[in-house]
Write a protein that binds this ligand. Structure first.
Ligand code: ATP
Ligand code: MG
Length: 202
């Protein structure tokens, strides 16, 4: 008869949700900073299908955003990319992301990573209360946004200061459209993917 291990070592897994349209070095520095700060075994990047707060806005095909995320993370052995949100389709809610990734798996301790702007709105997320029980939430600093934890959830969210990267996907898209370079704002392979597939031209 097999006895359960009285002290199993839980896997510590970070989850970095985003639209990644395109993925840039701000996302990568945030994920790497939290990975190190919390000694995470792995960080899973999860490109959203449709982001609830971005409905009505034109967004790049999920497959392109997925591939750019794979290209950007491929060299880091602790980074991986999940298709759960893209494959589920529709509007992406983090409560579904975490359920699909981990279910009721007791061997995983999940850490959901958000920038200061996203964290500020977390109580508006679907099933916010349940969500906060499904993972540790980690807020990272982001230039231009104040890292404020809503009062109701103070003490339940950790904050990590990461090197300030004043980069946004919106700015990257605008730069490409205006013929400005995005070299060094996004990984080289992502620059090349954008060029090859003529993304953000209009
Ligand atoms: P967009 O301008 O299209 O909204 P974005 O740059 O904000 O794009 P998202 O895909 O919306 O990127 O963000 C995914 C997650 O990464 C969010 O939690 C966001 O706060 C965080 N994030 C994005 N850019 C940075 C940055 N430069 N520094 C720290 N966190 C960031
Ligand atoms: Mg954003």
């Amino acid at each position: 008869e097999q006895k359960s291990n009285p002290c199993p070592k839980k896997k510590r897994i970070g989850v970095m949700g985003g639209t990644f349209d395109p993925i840039h070095h701000g996302h990568l520095v945030a994920a790497s900073g939290v990975q190190a700060a919390f000694n995470l075994d792995e960080v899973i990047f999860v490109p959203a299908a449709t982001q609830p707060f971005k409905q009505g806005r034109k967004i790049t095909a999920a497959e392109d955003r997925y591939l750019m995320t794979v290209i950007a993370t491929a060299s880091n052995p602790r980074f991986s990319v999940s298709r759960v949100d893209i494959d589920r389709g529709g509007v992406t809610y983090t409560v579904d992301t975490l359920t699909d990734l981990f279910g009721t798996c007791e061997e995983v301790e999940a850490f959901f990573i958000t920038g200061a702007d996203a964290l500020a709105r977390i109580l508006e997320w679907k099933d916010a209360k349940k969500l906060l029980e499904m993972a540790h939430f980690v807020g990272v600093t982001r230039p231009g946004y104040k890292l404020d934890v809503p009062e109701e959830i103070q003490g339940r969210v950790s904050l990590v200061e990461v090197p300030a990267m004043a980069i946004s996907s919106t700015d990257c898209r605008t730069r490409v459209q205006e013929g400005q370079p995005v070299w060094y704002l996004v990984p080289d392979g992502v620059v090349q993917y954008i060029q090859k597939n003529e993304l953000y031209k209009q």
